[in-house]
Design a protein around this ligand. Structure first.
Ligand SMILES: Cc1ncc(COP(=O)(O)O)c(C=O)c1O
Length: 372
């Protein structure tokens, strides 16, 4: 089976992890945590980086550090990993859903203002499947309504707009280094910000609100720390980020070239102002393809090729439609683009170490499916 993603370590990951073991710095103190934070923040272009346990905790830390909590509303795109909305709920606030747009697959800026109320405190954008959101329009809305802007960058390490990297546009950005991400630490996350106060708050909340004197607490905090071992892997990964992004770019070009020959398959296009990165290779099936994504995924599995559906829209999530908590988002209204994208899309294997031969095998299986 060709997996959708496999970790690939071709830098100093093992050497650095070995150092953690040899020196006994295996929990959250140790040299790799600040090294990883500084190097990743400098790669993206922000002043501060605060490493944490995963992308979900990074999102929570971003909201909590900005003071977002009970009684507040946060505008959220309707299609993403459930963590994007659940982290708002965890902070005590309520997500308010807005449809996405094509081709960015990010939040539709033209539909944000109609959802703003006097409770709205922030906009969360998600740079989905490696494509940046339309930040020029979103920043204009943020400024007009005096809102916070948080960027969920879990799937877009290195994507940019006119040379400025995503994750450097908002008041804070949240990152995941889960093992299918472009840079990976196994489990892991980070908050980036230019704001000194946000940096201070995130560090406090990440660490149970520990201040002096020890065991006196004045801030509600949790243990969302990253271990030195995870940071060691992350530091080795970010040292090779240019190489990783170049490999992903080459993979995308190869797929684009081969898939152009497959009838009924549309590839994810890009907005003219965007410089996306490849996270997962997304395709959309036209009616003429003759199979639904679910049928194609089963067909590919038989041929030894793994694939995955796209996210399921939030307004259809059983958790939210059945209610149960006043903080859950309202699922009323129509979200035609999220529905269409979710119903017609899927993604193909996209690991950084995929060989040309494997890509040819995958596309051949797609071609056979289109004829079946
Ligand atoms: C868009 C998005 N946001 C948030 C997350 C949550 O990150 P984590 O799994 O590291 O908690 C993920 C994926 O894992 C994601 O894809």
């Amino acid at each position: 089976m060709i997996p959708v993603c496999e970790p690939a370590f071709f830098g100093k990951e093992k050497e650095y992890v070995q150092e953690c073991m040899d020196t006994n710095w295996i929990s959250s103190l140790g040299r790799f945590v600040p090294l990883f934070e500084e190097r990743f923040a400098s790669f993206i272009g922000t002043k501060h980086g605060i490493a944490c346990s995963n992308g979900t905790s990074a999102l929570y830390l971003a909201f909590a550090s900005l003071g977002i909590g009970p009684g507040d509303e946060v505008i959220v795109p309707n299609l993403s990993n459930i963590a994007s909305a659940n982290s708002v709920i965890l902070a005590g606030a309520k997500p308010v859903l807005v449809d996405i747009e094509e081709p960015s697959l990010g939040i539709d800026a033209s539909k944000i203002e109609e959802k703003i109320t006097d409770k709205t405190k922030a906009i969360l954008v998600v740079h989905l499947y490696g494509h940046p959101c339309d930040m020029e329009k979103i920043i204009a809305i943020k400024e007009k309504h005096n809102l916070f802007l948080v960027e969920d960058c879990a799937e877009a390490h290195g994507a940019s707009i006119k040379g400025k990297r995503v994750g450097s546009f908002g008041d804070a950005s949240a990152w995941s280094f889960y093992s299918n991400k472009i840079l990976m630490t196994g489990e892991g996350g980070m908050v980036l910000t230019d704001n000194n106060e946000v940096d201070k708050q995130v560090r406090l909340i990440r660490d149970l609100g520990f201040t002096e004197p020890r065991f006196h607490h004045s801030v509600l905090g949790f243990n969302y720390r990253m271990t030195n071992i995870h940071a060691a892997i992350g530091y080795a990964q970010v040292e090779q980020v240019d190489e990783i992004l170049a490999k992903k770019k080459a993979l995308k070009s190869l797929y684009d070239r081969l898939i152009a020959e497959v009838p009924g398959v549309r590839i994810q296009s890009k907005a003219e102002w965007a410089e996306p990165v490849l996270w997962m290779y997304v395709i959309f099936l036209e009616d003429s393809f003759g199979m639904t994504p679910k049928e194609l995924m089963a067909y590919l599995k038989e041929k030894g090729v793994d694939s995955r559906p796209l996210f399921y829209p939030f307004h259809r999530q059983p958790l939210y439609t059945t209610g149960g908590d006043a903080r859950y988002p309202s699922c009323e209204g129509s979200f035609p683009v999220s529905d269409k994208v979710s119903e017609t899309g899927l993604y193909l294997p996209s690991g950084v170490n995929l060989t040309e031969e494997q890509v040819v095998t995958i596309v051949d299986a797609l071609k056979e499916a289109s004829k079946a």
